[in-house]
Ligand binder design. Structure first.
Ligand code: ACM
Length: 431
């Protein structure tokens, strides 16, 4: 039954007469069902075999603080098989997160089947080797890595996510992070070269030929055909020396397709952005502040707080420790709306997303370790009012970790990694 209230909101009443759910909308109904699952106890998070449970008598009236409660999965640096992406949709839904941003292309791999340009996946979806650890000190793995999603795979993921009120936002990264595309079609670049087996910022960006822009318009047409999301990612980050014209052309192309372009905050440096562009603020909060003041919608994801590939403690036991220390408590303490925003500017903040880059996360098990339990803290930040609950860690320990156990999530224990979660001898680069 639909009731008045904020989007995604619901009311759940449990009594001896049964359970009543009223929701503002279909997403609210899904949120209420996830709350009911929480009330049922950790066994309700198992795939089967749970014993019948007693639901406590209660009334819950709730709604999300932000409309965009996202996770970015980098499936380019290390491919996550389709079955793992489907599992991630479940994990998002269980945490009342509603946007899955898929980073589908990078220097190290192209994961999106493009019918017009088959070499993007024939050549671009695999590399013959990978750096194992930080590039400044580590050796190579000595084996190939690859994989890609067919358009049918992605349509399946989109439909599976839609049934759980998760929107899949795809990203094709231009004009940097494009070495896999250049390996497949050298005429897109200036210097040629194969799919990159190293990590870091790559100088070999797309060239500025009109033929390259035209090539990418076809790619984005296929992308928009597969992904019905209102927002379509074009990357735009870390493109040394590029002038931004390609970003503007593709942004306008996405708008002509009836969608909204979504770029990392470097797109603010590429000249005036078309109205409707959404900006992801990752190099701190300044990009988000500038974008909001220029009238753009913003998704906050500053690396200092929500880059979940960054190390979870300063212990040498952390596997391949990179980035700054970002503890569970740091994520929970984070406030997504920058204090500098005034007037109607805070309303430009659609929400936030946690970013999970996978240079050093080469399997679904490693992704679990990096993401959890910090993603549970993030989920509360984007759902709940700004006031923090001093009992958060206690609640996590008592109530939520048992749910993650039941789901089979291989999270980082609060006191540090299990022995089998360490990677002794593989160098990171702690900052
Ligand atoms: C990014 O971290 N390069 C968006």
């Amino acid at each position: 039954m639909l009731v008045d209230g904020p989007p995604g909101g619901y009311r759940l009443v449990s009594s001896e007469d049964g359970v009543l759910i009223e929701a503002h909308d279909a997403e609210g109904e899904m949120n209420a069902l996830q709350t009911l699952r929480q009330l049922l106890g950790p066994g309700a998070f198992r795939a089967a075999g749970d014993k019948p449970q007693v639901i406590p008598a209660c009334e819950v009236v709730d709604h999300p603080r932000f409309a965009w409660r996202g996770v970015m999965l980098d499936v380019a640096r290390h491919f996550l098989p389709k079955r793992e992406v489907l599992r991630w949709v479940e994990l998002l839904s269980a945490h009342k997160l509603n946007v899955l941003h898929l980073h589908l292309t990078d220097d190290q791999g192209w994961r999106f089947e493009v019918k017009a340009y088959p070499k993007l996946t024939e050549v671009g979806s695999w590399r013959d080797d990978s750096r194992f650890g930080d590039r400044r000190s580590a050796g190579m793995k000595g084996r190939p890595h690859g994989g890609f999603y067919t358009q049918d795979d992605l349509r399946e993921i989109v439909a599976y996510a839609a049934a759980r009120h998760v929107t899949v936002v795809p990203e094709i990264d231009i004009p940097g992070h494009s070495q896999a595309a250049i390996a497949a079609y050298p005429e897109l670049g200036l210097h040629g070269g194969g799919v990159w087996s190293d990590w870091g910022i790559n100088e070999r960006v797309l060239n500025t030929e009109q033929s390259t822009a035209d090539f990418y318009k076809v790619v984005f047409d296929e992308l928009m055909d597969v992904f019905p999301a209102e927002v379509i990612g074009l990357g735009g980050d870390e493109a040394p020396g590029h002038d931004g014209e390609l970003v503007r052309q593709i942004a306008r192309h996405i708008l002509r397709g009836g969608r909204r372009p979504y770029g990392w905050d470097e797109v603010l440096d590429s000249g005036p952005l078309p109205a409707g562009t959404v900006v992801a603020s990752w190099r701190g909060v300044e990009g988000g502040i500038t974008a909001a003041r220029e009238g753009h919608d913003v998704v906050m994801c500053p690396e200092e707080f929500v880059y979940l590939d960054y190390r979870q403690s300063d212990s040498p036991d952390e596997p391949i420790p990179v980035g700054t220390v970002t503890t569970l408590e740091d994520v929970y303490a984070w406030e997504p709306v920058p204090a500098e925003l005034t007037g109607d500017e805070p309303g430009r903040v659609l929400g936030a997303q946690a970013n999970i880059w996978t240079e050093h996360l080469d399997s679904a098990r490693r992704v679990d370790y990096a993401a959890f339990p910090r993603l549970a803290a993030f989920a509360e930040v984007v759902w709940s009012p700004a006031e923090k609950d001093p009992g958060f860690v206690q609640r996590l320990r008592e109530h939520h970790l048992p749910r993650l156990d039941a789901l089979g999530v291989e999270y980082r224990p609060l006191n540090g990694p299990h022995p089998w979660q360490r990677l002794p001898g593989v160098p990171g680069f702690p900052r």
